[in-house]
Design a protein around this ligand. Structure first.
Ligand code: PMP
Length: 422
């Protein structure tokens, strides 16, 4: 595949036409949040203009139209990840809430002292802290899979951790900090062989390749709309029906009940039992529109294009002396995490300097402090790709980075000279 831009795609993102000084904005922080195409912005506006009302409860047609939109979005999500049925796809605020839902509901109902939950050093804080909370409450223990020097999971160590005590493995599909694509097919099969369930944090995969939760045999799969060209505040928890049906409610409130009385309340079936209160209806509409839009582009083609861009970007960054790439996994998604070591420039300064040149990247620990500990750094600078990026974006980024490193080098030389003169 070549790094020739996907025709007509970038033009559909109004925000990318925004200028920074003289030049177009170069947006390379899509692992944090992707931008939204006109199709999504318009679908949300259209919903607000013509069909907005609270769902599920009213007899009037407007409310029924909103309910149809909301449930249609659920059907789109289910088809996109090949869930067996829409009811096994719950809307949440995002990946974070999806993981918290499983930890609080499944975890508190099923974990006992001495049970083990396996996580990995690559996890985002949102796939660590909810498990720590439930471990504290239940007496379960957390075990952690280490990584190798390339930033890949150590599979032998994983196998050694699996035991009859393992109740659940929670792992990301793709690491947000390094881009490592984890061999989740293998991880899931081996966890199942040990009698454990598996939750996949799909936040960083979902927009970059096909997902088939049934083929994967994932027990739970979580992702966020805002990393999938959709709005913020909406995400999905997929779960196998028999697991979700056996789980106690996560939050109580309207819409999640069958009948309420002070003598005792009974709960609604799936998916309503886990969607207490008025949900993010327009968010669901936007997510459905984003998926329709993306699926029409063909995710295999999108993935191949992003891989070609990643290869080009890697080559450009490698050519800048003094810059070190963190994370060298054999299978990587469109993320380059790096540090400037010679001369040392703090990630924050790299990010600020790039911003002055109209280039948006992320700096810091990326909500992965245990991983940063392994890498021996407080943080990294991270550029991440999406389907609207182009070779020109990479050139602007790499040229700017080279300039920043050069500047730091001449500043360091001038400083050394002044020190000598004194
Ligand atoms: N997991 C991973 C791997 C992520 O990259 C992110 C977002 N940075 C999350 C979970 C959390 O997603 P959200 O903030 O949308 O809940």
């Amino acid at each position: 595949p070549s790094a020739q831009a996907l025709p007509g795609v970038r033009e559909q993102f109004p925000i990318l036409r925004q200028h920074s000084g003289e030049q177009d904005l170069v947006f390379l922080d899509s692992a944090a949040s992707t931008q939204q195409p006109t199709a999504v912005i318009d679908a949300v506006a259209d919903y607000h203009r013509h069909r907005h009302a609270n769902i599920h409860r009213a007899v009037y047609r407007l409310s029924q139209a909103a309910t149809r939109d909301y449930e249609q979005a659920r059907a789109i999500v289910a088809a996109f990840i090949n869930a067996a049925e829409p009811e096994s796809c719950l809307f949440t605020r995002g990946t974070t809430e999806a993981i918290n839902l499983v930890a609080a509901s499944w975890g508190r109902a099923n974990l006992r002292p001495g049970d083990e939950i396996i996580l990995t050093r690559l996890e985002h804080h949102s796939n660590i802290v909810p498990w720590q909370l439930v471990a504290e409450a239940t007496g379960a223990r957390i075990r952690v899979v280490p990584i190798n020097a390339l930033g890949e999971l150590d599979l032998d160590a994983y196998r050694a951790l699996l035991s009859p005590r393992t109740r659940l493995v929670a792992v990301n599909h793709v690491s947000n900090a390094l881009g490592t694509i984890n061999p989740i097919e293998t991880l899931i099969a081996e966890a199942h062989a040990a009698g454990a369930l598996v939750l996949i944090d799909g936040a960083q995969w979902i927009a970059h390749g096909r997902t088939d939760v049934q083929a994967l045999d994932a027990d739970f799969y979580a992702f966020s709309g805002h990393k999938l060209y959709g709005p913020t505040g909406i995400g999905v928890l997929y779960g196998k029906r028999h697991l979700l049906e056996a789980m106690p409610p996560y939050q109580g409130g309207g819409d999640m009940i069958e009948r309420v009385s002070f003598a005792g309340t009974t709960y609604a079936g799936l998916p309503n039992r886990f969607e207490a209160g008025t949900p993010n209806i327009s968010g669901a509409v936007g997510l459905g529109a984003a998926i329709d839009w993306l699926a029409a582009l063909d995710l295999d083609r999108v993935g191949a294009y992003e891989q070609a861009l990643l290869a080009y970007a890697t080559e450009r960054v490698e050519a800048i002396s003094g810059v070190e790439i963190k994370g060298r996994a054999a299978r990587k998604s469109g993320v380059i995490s790096f540090v400037v070591t010679d001369p040392p420039v703090a990630a924050l300064d790299v990010g600020t300097q790039l911003d002055l040149r109209g280039v948006c990247i992320r700096t810091g620990h990326h909500c992965c402090q245990p991983l940063m500990e392994d890498l021996g750094v407080a943080g990294t600078a991270r550029m991440s790709l999406a389907l609207y990026n182009t070779r020109e974006d990479i050139d602007r980024f790499a040229d700017s980075l080279a300039e920043i490193v050069d500047q730091a080098r001449s500043d360091a030389a001038a400083k050394a000279e002044r020190a000598r003169d004194r």
